[in-house]
Design a protein around this ligand. Structure first.
Ligand code: SAM
Length: 327
């Protein structure tokens, strides 16, 4: 944009900038630029510039002025972003309040601030949250081209697993049938269906299943998604021998569901089995449990062993991609 600028030799730049700033003449909405060894300092009123300085008109970029929470706090707060919500993990309520105020006051597009108020707990793996800013705990999150509505106070969801979910989704082909045995609000189911797969998602949390249906509609894949509410061990009967792919993301107790997984598996089925184990042997217990459940009905091949993230000191969240083939 063409604006009046003071042009000075580079070596005089800082002194001149200070002179102009002291006189409140700098146009803050534009960048100071350098060209051919000279500095161009945008000014608000060319007529008020002292006569010993040269004023020219120049095309300069507008300045991106975005106030961040760190600008307001004087330190970089730690939080995760989920849609328009910031998720804090602060023990000190006063510090949490100060950070929440700064986040809302900043220019970031964040209107809700939640602080973790419990660990993830119970069968549905939901945690309690303290609402520090905003109306409620519902968010709309976007991940790899899919959109997910969810209520953090009523369902499990972790944005940290986005890359892992994408890794799995990329293996899905249009002709296959997939079951997510612990589907939540659909972060595996929806991208699988987007790739053309016929997908079934089961969850024991009725609210999660309602969001799964809504998210299938939001992403235009409702025709390829069946959402079932219930304990997967009790509702799997209709899908015996049906699945080309199974997702088992219930890391602390997936082994208790392997019998059901084997009954859902078709003649050639890939299982994405999530586990949390000690770093000394993160994959061994999962592989042994799968072999025990599936052999000799199936030939079992571990295709990928992957560390998803560190879960706690010396404990890893891992995934085994395992292929079951009927001999
Ligand atoms: C760790 S979360 C995973 C959700 C989802 N796959 C994701 O990645 O966000 C586990 C889910 O399993 C569900 N769940 C727990 N026990 C279950 C069972 N017996 N049958 C079906 N779902 C169950 C919980 O309600 C929860 O939504």
């Amino acid at each position: 944009m063409d604006v009046p600028c003071v042009r000075v030799a580079r070596e005089e730049g800082e002194a001149t900038r200070r002179r102009l700033a002291d006189a409140d003449l700098i146009a803050d909405g534009y960048e100071i630029t350098v060209a051919d060894g000279r500095l161009y300092i945008p000014v608000v009123d060319p007529d008020a510039v002292p006569d010993d300085l040269e004023v020219v008109t120049r095309d300069v970029p507008t300045r991106e002025t975005q106030t961040t929470p760190a600008d307001l706090l004087g330190f970089e707060p730690s939080y995760e972003r989920l849609g328009r919500a910031a998720l804090l993990d602060e023990d000190d309520p006063e510090r949490a309040r100060t950070i929440a105020d700064a986040i809302v006051e900043s220019d970031l597009p964040l209107e809700t601030v939640l602080n973790k108020a419990s660990k993830i707990k119970g069968e549905t793996r939901v945690r309690d949250w303290e609402l520090l800013a905003g109306e409620d705990t519902e968010v709309v999150h976007r991940e790899y081209g899919c959109e997910f509505a969810l209520d953090l106070a009523a369902v499990y969801f972790s944005p940290r697993l986005a890359t892992e979910r994408h890794r799995v989704a990329e293996q899905v082909t249009a002709d296959e049938q997939a079951v997510d045995m612990f589907a939540g609000v659909g972060p595996f189911v929806v991208p699988f269906a987007k790739r053309g797969a016929e997908t079934v998602g089961v969850d024991i949390n009725e609210t999660a299943v309602a969001y799964l249906r809504e998210n299938a509609r939001r992403n235009d894949v409702a025709d390829r998604v069946t959402a079932i509410h219930g304990d997967v061990r009790e509702v799997a009967d209709e899908y015996v021998g049906w699945a080309d792919r199974l997702v088992m993301n219930l890391p602390h107790s997936a082994d208790e569901f392997l019998e059901t997984a084997v009954s859902l598996a078709g003649d050639d089925c890939t299982i994405h089995y999530y586990d949390i184990q000690h770093e000394d042997d993160p994959f061994g217990p999962g592989e042994r449990a799968i072999r025990e459940a599936a052999e000799p009905q199936y030939d079992v091949a571990v295709e990928t062993e992957r560390v998803v993230r560190s879960y706690a000191p010396h404990e890893l969240n891992v995934c085994l991609d395992v292929r079951l083939e009927r001999p």
